[in-house]
Design a binder for this molecule. Sequence first.
Ligand SMILES: NC(=O)c1ccc[n+]([C@@H]2O[C@H](COP(=O)([O-])OP(=O)(O)OC[C@H]3O[C@@H](n4cnc5c(N)ncnc54)[C@H](O)[C@@H]3O)[C@@H](O)[C@H]2O)c1
Length: 385
Amino acid sequence: MRKKIKVGVIGTGFIGPVHVEALRRLGNIEVAALAEVNQEVADKKAVAMGIPRAYGNYKDMLKDPEIVAVHNCTPNNLHFPVNRDILNAGKHCISEKPLALDSKQSKELVKLAAKKNLVNAVNFNYRFNPVIQHARAMIANGELGTIWNARGTYVQDWLINQTDYNWRINPEHTGASRCFGDIGSHWCDMVQMLMGCHVTDVVAESMKVYGHRLRPKREIEAFAGKALKPKDYKKYPVKTEDLVMVMMKFENGATGSTTTSQISAGYKNGFTFAIDGSKCSIFWDQQRPNELWIGYREKGNEVLLKDGTLLKPEAARFAHYPGGHNEGYDVGPKNFCMLVYEDVAKGRKNKKPLYADFYAGHVEMAIVDAVMASAKARKWTKVKY
Ligand SMILES: NC(=O)c1ccc[n+]([C@@H]2O[C@H](COP(=O)([O-])OP(=O)(O)OC[C@H]3O[C@@H](n4cnc5c(N)ncnc54)[C@H](O)[C@@H]3O)[C@@H](O)[C@H]2O)c1
């Protein structure tokens, strides 16, 4: 039997268990330990998730010599210090997005990761839906022709009510941008990865719908707020945005636009994009993840249904079930971890990975900073990498 790579996970709210499940599906990884906010929570989660070792302080987990890679699944404000500690402990670092609170912090992490020669990755998971990798190959082969424009949305409704609360609303935990940093970053990462180039300039308009919100008197995990009663809340001012519209320019001369929102009723995870080229356009909707729409002027449009035997050879390995057997949200993190652990097995960073490395995470931070600066100044703003 192959020797398993031992891994630790810090933070086990919503996304931590998604990482654990993805890692377990790979077969050659053992999730050996988890760290949580205190020992009581850590012990409880370790029992629930069947993880042998539980730490109430992540720094103790980083001293474990058996653990070679660590996943940082904590709230945004802990990404910078925890990622730095992981790398300084000599462990490969897999961070949740956003990489840090701002581009100053993310730049420092890029430098540190380069110095350490350790695998460094950021979980922009949507890159790894099988039909997305098919679309990437289509664009790289010139099948769309000249790329003219990218457009789309990332809209949700989970913060539509004044009583909806999560740490993401607080700028100390989330950063200067809430909505765009949280989900606009996924949108920009996706279209940049597909087009193979970066956003250079942005102009943005942002809004918040409540001057103040009502928050529970105690902290709760993401998506767990529906069971609370009026007496459980207190009033607080809102400093982060609920909705952002951005127009952008890309290095290849293309234009783009996206609307991101956490207050759009009925949209649970409405991540869509279209890319318009001179030969055809493509469209994808995260809520119908097995379908890629391809639109033509001179002939009938097509919908490609995920099927490993019909996908481009570069994309086929990302489909794990036969055609007609749908793959969903979980296929992204699985494929992300699959690529990351190919590099972990080699023991060093990959200079040009297909997954987002810390530099790609830094690019997103620089875009978020430029979007916030543009919304404030109400003018076109350069993205400073
Ligand atoms: N890639 C994606 O699609 C995706 C999806 C969801 C969340 N995320 C990212 O993952 C991160 C976590 O989000 P979430 O929705 O899971 O949040 P969450 O609030 O559900 O979970 C955060 C967890 O971190 C733990 N934690 C807090 N401080 C800690 C500390 N000092 N040490 C150890 N654990 C600590 C909390 O107890 C909690 O269990 C965020 O940065 C978010 O942007 C990414």
